[in-house]
Design a protein around this ligand. Sequence first.
Ligand SMILES: [Zn+2]
Length: 114
Amino acid sequence: MNAKELEVAGIEFTVTALDAGFFPITAAEIPEYMADPIGWYARQYGVSRERVEVWQRFVDSDYRCAATTRRGTRCTLPAEEYYRLSVCDFDPAWDGFCRRHQPKVGQVGADQAA
Ligand SMILES: [Zn+2]
């Protein structure tokens, strides 16, 4: 049985979202998702592929702070309020840092401040 036949039988498909929830997907869309999941997610969220990749690295790190310590190792603290972040509003210039390493206004380049 292929996905189309299952769909005709009333079975619905979903793809797990990258932050919370699910996206419904039709049988016809499944090959597109399988061929390029990152591109598919980017279109669903209306964000760039880079944003999806940055977000996935953040999730894969277990939501750890992105800063490098003075010793040159990755900070091991959890990012501030990571549970409130989502793919769409995640800005790697500002988000994904612990309280100590969170950038202050003025430390981030003007082009990213908008
Ligand atoms: Zn940190």
